[in-house]
Write a protein that binds this ligand. Structure first.
Ligand SMILES: *[C@@H]1O[C@H](CO)[C@@H](O)[C@H](O)[C@H]1NC(C)=O
Ligand SMILES: *[C@@H]1O[C@H](CO)[C@@H](O)[C@H](O)[C@H]1NC(C)=O
Ligand SMILES: *[C@@H]1O[C@H](CO)[C@@H](O)[C@H](O)[C@H]1NC(C)=O
Length: 113
């Protein structure tokens, strides 16, 4: 039941997406070892910045904004793994994490893979 609802939701997203114009400026993820050391440090500084910000969720064991998404992933693991939503959900999850870095830590660099 849950799985078929998720598949319907995904089909609706795909159908809606096909009526939109093509993506002209897709986000590009960069392999970690392709970043130079100043880019790697800037990325790690941004992740550390999240540690210093208060949590926004009230999930169990969350201590800061860095552990917010960790707990979200942990609480949804059974639903977003081993299912057709795996790829779109994790792409959205990476996007949400990037948004935290950009919005709260002013990070402007690439999101590494
Ligand atoms: C998107 O690009 C494809 C491939 O070039 C093309 O066939 C399609 O018509 C485009 N769709 C829109 C909505 O522009
Ligand atoms: C929270 O932390 C406690 C103590 O380490 C652990 O027993 C519990 O499983 C954790 N809860 C979650 C949801 O991870
Ligand atoms: C991000 O930039 C804003 C606006 O300049 C500033 O107020 C804020 O302190 C900066 N945050 C961090 C974590 O550097």
């Amino acid at each position: 039941m849950r799985s078929s609802r998720l598949h319907l939701a995904f089909a609706a997203v795909v159908a809606a997406r096909s009526s939109l114009s093509n993506c002209t400026n897709p986000a590009v993820r960069i392999e970690w070892s392709s970043l130079d050391s100043s880019e790697q440090i800037a990325y790690l500084d941004a992740e550390r910045c999240l540690w210093d910000l208060p949590a926004e969720t009230h999930l169990s064991n969350v201590t800061d904004r860095y552990t917010d998404p960790v707990a979200v992933h942990q609480s949804l693991t059974d639903y977003v793994h081993g299912d057709g939503v795996f790829l779109p959900w994790h792409r959205y999850f990476v996007h949400a994490h990037k948004t935290l870095l950009r919005k709260h830590c002013n990070y402007t660099g690439p999101i590494p893979t």
